[in-house]
Write a protein that binds this ligand. Structure first.
Ligand code: GUN
Length: 280
């Protein structure tokens, strides 16, 4: 029997717990989100993040900026947020407009407020196995979801498809830290199907609808779908869900799998940064 990895259910539990912990706080955790331009998917993600933050009882501040905002203006706003004591967490929604150097922007965020763990200082700490302030939201959410269903990682063959700084790269590092045997595949990988067939766990973050088909999946494999694709107006992941489902032991749905976990981890990270900044 195949078990659905219900990210929505677990995310709701995590946010409920955060809500209870926040209710007793005099000063509330505050998340600031910068969004530049009008990428329709980004606008929806930011709205969802803001909604969740407010449901929990966090303060939230969204700074929308026009598509043609200058890099200088964006950086100045980050410097202001860095200095605002009441702002605990800063997120700059990616992707940014093409004329902006995203590395300059990410590096401008104060490391102790970098809620995504995207800056080189924080990501570097994670790579070296030191404790960064917080761990990146999507990889953290995926591992939390697998742990919640007691899915063993140690010694298992895990295929991560996609090598983005947001998901694939940090996820590969975090899985290795859990003693998984990780294959980091990407668009130039040869024989993806053979590697997939030798994998206990397949995590696809390629952004390519129907990339993982039933013939890629061995009986009893665990399938995690990070993809968010629109096909004929319908939201679909990277996995051919209906045909892969009968072969898998566990599988995430899209929507309702990894997506809600990412937002829950963003909220947890905001809370953790607040705690670190208010230790004394
Ligand atoms: N764009 C897509 N996913 C993310 C994320 O997790 N964080 C940020 N900042 N931008 C994103």
């Amino acid at each position: 029997m195949t078990v659905i990895l219900d990210g929505r259910l677990l995310a709701d539990k995590i946010t409920q717990n955060l809500k209870e912990k926040t209710s007793s706080l005099k000063i509330k955790p505050k998340l600031a989100v910068i969004i530049a331009g009008d990428n329709p998917a980004s606008l929806i993600y930011v709205k969802n993040k803001q909604k969740r933050a407010e449901e929990i009882g966090f303060e939230s501040l969204v700074l929308p900026m026009p598509q043609d905002v200058s890099e200088e203006n964006l950086l100045e706003n980050i410097y202001i947020l860095n200095e605002m004591k009441e702002v605990n967490a800063i997120l700059v929604q990616l992707p940014l407009p093409n004329h902006i150097n995203k590395f300059n922007v990410i590096e401008a965020i104060a490391p102790e407020k970098d809620v995504d763990c995207f800056s080189s200082r924080n990501a570097g700490k994670m790579l070296c196995g030191y404790q960064p302030y917080v761990l990146p939201c999507t990889p953290k959410g995926i591992i939390r979801l697998l742990d919640n269903y007691n899915i063993e990682l140690e010694g298992r063959n895990v295929l991560v498809i996609g090598r983005s700084n947001i998901v694939g790269k940090p996820l590969s590092v975090m899985l290795q830290a859990r003693n998984a045997t990780v294959t980091a595949a990407h668009s130039k990988t040869r024989n993806l199907k053979d590697i997939a067939l030798n994998s206990d766990i397949i995590i696809s973050a390629a952004g390519c609808a129907n990339l993982v088909t039933a013939d890629f999946v061995r009986e009893g494999a665990v399938i995690v779908d990070v993809g968010i694709n629109r096909v004929n107006g319908k939201l679909t992941g990277d996995v051919d869900f209906s045909n892969v489902y009968p072969k898998a032991s566990y599988i995430t749905p899209v929507p309702g799998g990894v997506g809600p976990m990412t937002i829950a981890m963003l909220m947890e990270n905001t809370f953790e940064l607040y705690q670190i900044q208010n230790q004394n």
